[in-house]
Write a protein that binds this ligand. Structure first.
Ligand SMILES: Cc1ncc(C[n+]2csc(CCOP(=O)(O)OP(=O)(O)O)c2C)c(N)n1
Ligand code: SF4
Ligand SMILES: [Mg+2]
Length: 351
């Protein structure tokens, strides 16, 4: 941790959002990451997205695992609920928190090591169950915190800083998310704030499991020639299939794009995602076509970014479990525990 405290005072001209907060109110402590780390840009994008969404900070719960990426929730949303869990275990803790209190907005922040190596099973099951959350993986292809070993997302044939070649096949978290039924799937780049901020806003307003894989270069261990997660490589191989604009309820919807290139997709909370197609042959509502497209482009060494898949009719785990509308934590013991007589009756029915 750092002992440098941010000054609590705000400049009087800082602009307030609709709920009376300035951008500074969404920041956290001073970052201790290496200067230039992609993860810091993602934290800045989260701050911007939450401020623009007019979210009251106390309505957000941010959860993470272990790694440089998982340290970042300390650097944003300092007034929100936070839980820094064990390595790879963020999704199950988030699932439990979400079931206990459905009224909060859940933001899961993780790394490629945290989610694709030790936490792969947890990652898969949270998406498969449709836990309502914005799940962000800050993907640098290495275990940054433990000094740069290849992670499971490192591409086959890519080189470490010292020249070692990775001979293992990579795990593509976007492909897994598509296959397992995530209802909002996107990929972005920490160096493209214009693309990333609306994607985070869309994910936080989504009614089901939203996943964003953000390529986030590790400047200390994986930003050299031979790395496919370096700033240079991503800039040269980035192929954006869509751009989204995010509109809140009541906002006037105007368009300057020719019809056919723009699709307005309403989300369950009344917000609208305006999807601008950058490729004629790309349909972001077709899960299987999206998967095939992703795999074809990856085989050409390209990194496809943008909103890759969206199910506007998404539902979540509370709908599948048919839970009550009131958050479980607000119910008293008499409601949560129906008593031993009823338990006896249920047990008798099973004998
Ligand atoms: C159970 C357990 N195993 C191993 C570790 C060591 N460890 C800490 S962080 C980490 C990898 C983090 O990589 P990633 O999630 O990609 O985060 P990054 O630092 O790259 O952002 C590992 C293996 C640990 N803390 N706990
Ligand atoms: S080691 Fe890499 S991932 Fe960790 S803070 Fe430094 S640049 Fe970022
Ligand atoms: Mg990593």
């Amino acid at each position: 941790m750092t002992y440098i405290a941010k000054p609590a005072l705000h400049h009087p001209t800082l602009h307030e959002n609709k709920v009376g907060y300035t951008r500074r109110d969404y920041e956290g402590r001073v970052s201790t990451l290496c200067a230039g780390c992609g993860h810091d840009s993602i934290s800045a994008a989260i701050v911007q997205a939450c401020w623009e969404l007019d979210i009251e900070p106390h309505r957000v719960a941010k959860l993470s695992g272990i790694g440089c990426s998982s340290k970042t929730p300390d650097y944003f949303l300092g007034a929100s609920h936070g839980f820094n869990t064990v390595h790879g275990r963020m999704p199950s803790v988030l699932t439990g928190a979400n079931l206990a209190n459905r009224d909060l907005l859940y933001l899961g922040v993780s790394g490629d090591g945290d989610s694709a190596s030790i936490g792969l099973g947890q990652f898969a099951n949270a998406l498969r169950r449709g836990v309502r959350m914005a799940y962000i993986v800050e993907n640098n292809g290495v275990y940054g915190l433990t000094k740069g070993q290849f992670s499971a997302t490192a591409d086959r044939g890519s080189k470490s800083k010292k020249g070692a070649i990775n001979n293992d096949n990579p795990i593509d978290l976007v492909g897994i998310a598509l296959q397992l039924g995530a209802t909002y799937v996107a990929r972005s780049f920490s160096g493209d704030k214009e693309q990333l901020v609306p994607l985070i806003k869309g994910a936080m307003s989504h009614g089901g499991a939203a996943f964003i894989d953000v390529i986030s270069p590790c400047v200390t261990f994986n930003n050299h020639g031979g790395s496919t997660k370096s700033f240079d490589y991503v800039r040269q191989h980035n192929e954006a299939v869509s751009r989204i604009d995010f509109m809140t309820p009541g906002e006037e919807i105007t368009t300057s794009y020719p019809p056919g290139e723009v699709v307005d997709v309403p989300q369950h909370d009344g917000t609208v995602l305006r999807l601008r197609k950058l490729h004629d042959d790309y349909d972001a509502t077709d899960r299987y076509a999206a998967l095939a497209y992703m795999q074809q482009r990856a085989a050409q060494g390209e990194i496809v970014t943008g909103l890759l898949y969206l199910d506007p009719l998404a539902t979540d785990l509370h709908v599948s479990l048919n839970t009550v509308a009131a958050p479980l934590h607000s119910l008293g013991r008499d409601v949560l525990c129906p008593g031993s007589a009823l338990l006896e009756k249920i047990n008798a029915g099973l004998r």
